[in-house]
Design a protein around this ligand. Structure first.
Ligand code: 6R9
Length: 684
């Protein structure tokens, strides 16, 4: 049965909220009757009733969700409450606790529990490598065995509950295995995205205080070979020389098909080959029972100012929340093959490639490669090869594949697909329609999931069997989530409204702190609008209560779904000796969603701009990673500033967007003349 696409009754035109800013006809897309009837939440009425319960009595609602897991000790219910929170700085420090006093282990619930229930032979993971011939599959029992061996090794090198273990790996099967092995023994994992440079890796290792690092000799990404251990070596020697910080154990997976053992730098005593030690350990490993509020992992993310923030998630609430959101949003049913194209270096790889799916005993496809290698058929080949039912990806990847036209998709049957998902940035309606019509053949609903590193799991997302979709809208809040749209004066708006997207009251998956800096956590999320968590995103709520995300309203830019702080890029640029000052803004980019536009004032304007431009890009690559390199560098005599010396980005954003008629009032600048000079230099 097909999915009906109907134009909305009044057929009115409106401005699309996506970053691309097209004008579209509002339409609704309904799930087929067959899809609806078999889904967990199969009607708006069912959702409305559950949603009401979830906000009227969150404890009762989440208690029911939590009860399906194994708890060594039940949470403390003595005062009749299993969660407590203060979301309002006026009332004291921000504190959030869910299931406090309860003892559990997320690895037990994600693996042992299923094996004990007789599902040990079910496939936990299909792994498809960068190269066509590379693949493997692992049952739940096999993943558990691997996790136990690795956790025993980690114990043997002194890792204990509460210790930090850093993981710097590409998308090998060993990456989720490493995360689960840490969780098993109560070690806190911090996964550092493989695209980060030596410098960025060193910065995160130092900030986290990790003593153990798990990495690989190297890997292939498309045609490129990346010598990962070489990057690690650079990071570790810099750490030792400049900071006196040393990593005690560096467990290195030999990935001979990319970089051979003999070709990597090696430090005896510190470095060990995974293959030489881990398989020698027993496949049973006792569990560490953790308090629900013990930390599970640390993940660095970018904010609008300063250095990356080490976001801390805890055990119990995160477990219950990722499991519930995975089940209901992806409408997961046993036996289905689920593919999430995210990297475990970001939150999506934590919540919806690892924990959410494994907690639901799902079969997860892990793909190491890129969509265009060896050719643009690769993704569609993979979907047909593994009969993928649920496919979760990012708008930027969809847009990059749209450029190859429909033919590569049409050459595949893709009949197994039942549901599609999108994350990371607003999805523009063109990409939405292409995904829906060409990839999903008009049959598969799209869940456009809005959430953040800090939120742990989905906050605004379709439940695909329960209501109709509007292309480009993340639709309605998940259970227990209370969005609020707030105007610049801090007033919560009702009905149709546009403003800053905030949240009232906690949900189990929200992060609890920033490592070592609770005050920064309080200021960043709870300091703007008292009594609310501020997301940093702008949003519109329409006449049907649907939410439309419009992008960040702070100084964070979203490049191909990678969250980048303008301050980080600026600090890399100004570290280049010839750079006097730099300001970075985002601008609309056809494929990446947003691109990075850097305005740079040099100390000496007589130099060769092309050479300097190249050197500046190299500097950003070295300090952060290739993904953060500016797309455009615009040299300027100086930057527009207020009389107190603050750079006025608002004007630079307009110049980057070529909206020169709409610069606003520039007369209050300390140096209004530079605006014309910058404009005259466009195209530099
Ligand atoms: C999960 C993730 C968070 C920021 C967030 C927002 C943007 C994510 C989105 C979306 C519109 C969606 N974002 N999903 N915007 N629609 N479906 O991406 O986490 O890396 O922390 O980024 O990404 O701007 O604030 P993270």
């Amino acid at each position: 049965m097909g999915m009906a696409t109907e134009a909305n009754g009044d057929k009115k035109l409106r401005t699309d909220c996506s970053t691309v800013g097209e004008v579209i006809r509002e339409e609704r897309v309904y799930p087929s009757e067959e899809f609806r009837a078999s889904s967990w939440i199969s009607s708006r009425e069912q959702y409305d009733e559950m949603y009401r319960r979830s906000v009227d009595d969150p404890d009762a609602f989440w208690e029911k969700e939590a009860e399906q897991f194994f708890w060594k000790t039940k949470w403390d219910n003595s005062d009749g409450k299993m969660h407590s929170e203060n979301f309002d700085l006026r009332k004291g420090p921000i504190t959030i606790e869910w299931f406090k006093g309860g003892k559990t282990n997320i690895c037990y619930n994600a693996l042992d529990r299923h094996v004990k229930a007789g599902k040990g032979d079910a496939i936990a993971m299909y792994w498809e490598g960068n190269e066509l011939e590379q693949n493997k599959k692992l049952s739940y029992k096999e993943v558990l065995d691997n996790v136990c061996q690795l956790s025993n090794f980690l114990r043997s090198v002194g890792v204990k509950k509460g210790d930090l273990v850093a993981v710097y790996l590409p998308m090998l099967a060993e990456l989720p295995i490493a995360m689960l092995a840490c969780a098993r023994i109560g070690a806190i994992h911090t996964v550092i995205f493989g695209g980060f440079s030596a410098e960025a890796l060193a910065q995160r290792l130092l900030a986290s205080g990790a003593k153990v690092l798990i990495t690989t000799s190297g890997y292939r990404r498309g045609h490129k070979v990346i010598r990962m251990k070489q990057i690690v070596e650079e990071a570790l020697s810099r750490l030792l020389e400049e900071e006196g910080h040393s990593i005690e154990t560096c467990l290195t997976l030999a990935n001979d098909s990319a970089v051979k053992r003999q070709d990597v730098p090696w430090t005896a005593r510190r470095d060990v080959w995974w293959q030489d030690v881990v398989p020698r350990y027993p496949t049973v490993s006792h569990l560490e029972w953790l308090d629900a509020e013990d930390p599970l992992f640390l993940l660095y993310t970018s904010g609008s100012t300063g250095t990356p923030k080490g976001i801390v998630h805890t055990t119990g609430g995160y477990m219950v929340y990722t499991a519930a959101t995975f089940k209901y949003t992806f409408d997961y049913h046993e036996g289905e093959v689920y593919w999430c194209t995210a990297d475990c270096g970001w939150i999506t790889g934590h919540s919806y490639l690892t924990y959410g799916p494994f907690l639901n005993a799902a079969t997860v496809l892990v793909f190491e490669g890129i969509p265009t290698y060896p050719n643009p058929n690769r993704w569609w080949d993979v979907i047909d090869k593994y009969n993928v039912n649920i496919f979760y990806t990012a708008p930027t990847a969809v847009r990059s594949l749209m450029r190859f036209g429909d033919a590569p998709v049409k050459a595949h049957h893709l009949k197994s697909l039942r549901l599609l998902g999108s994350v990371g940035e607003p999805i523009n309606t063109n990409a939405w329609r292409w995904l829906h019509e060409v990839v999903g053949n008009g049959r598969c609903p799209i869940v456009d999931t809005w959430w953040q590193t800090e939120t742990g799991g989905f906050l605004i997302t379709p439940l695909p069997g329960a209501w109709s979709l509007k292309p480009g809208s993340a639709t309605l809040p998940f259970f227990g989530v209370q969005p609020a749209i707030i105007d610049p004066e801090g007033n919560e708006l009702s009905g149709e409204a546009t403003g800053a997207l905030c949240l009232k009251g906690s949900w189990p998956g929200v992060c609890r702190t920033i490592l070592g800096d609770h005050e920064r956590y309080e200021m960043a999320y709870f300091g703007h609008f008292k009594g609310y968590y501020f997301s940093g995103d702008g949003c519109r709520r329409d006449e049907d209560g649907y939410y439309w995300l419009t992008g960040r309203v702070d100084d964070v830019i979203n490049v191909s779904g990678h969250r980048i702080g303008t301050a980080e890029v600026e600090s890399a640029l100004v570290s280049y000796p010839m750079c006097a000052e730099a300001a970075v803004v985002g601008y609309d980019h056809q494929v990446k969603g947003q691109g990075i536009y850097a305005f740079v004032a040099l100390k000496d304007n007589t130099r060769n701009f092309d050479e300097i431009r190249q050197a500046l890009i190299t500097t950003v690559r070295e300090q952060i990673g290739t993904f953060a390199a500016p797309d455009k560098i615009h040299f300027a005599p100086s930057l527009p500033k207020t009389t107190s010396g603050k750079i006025v980005r608002r004007i630079l954003r307009k110049i980057a967007a070529k909206e020169l008629d709409d610069l606003g009032d520039i007369s209050t600048l300390a140096n209004p003349e530079v605006v014309d000079q910058i404009i005259a230099l466009t195209g530099n």
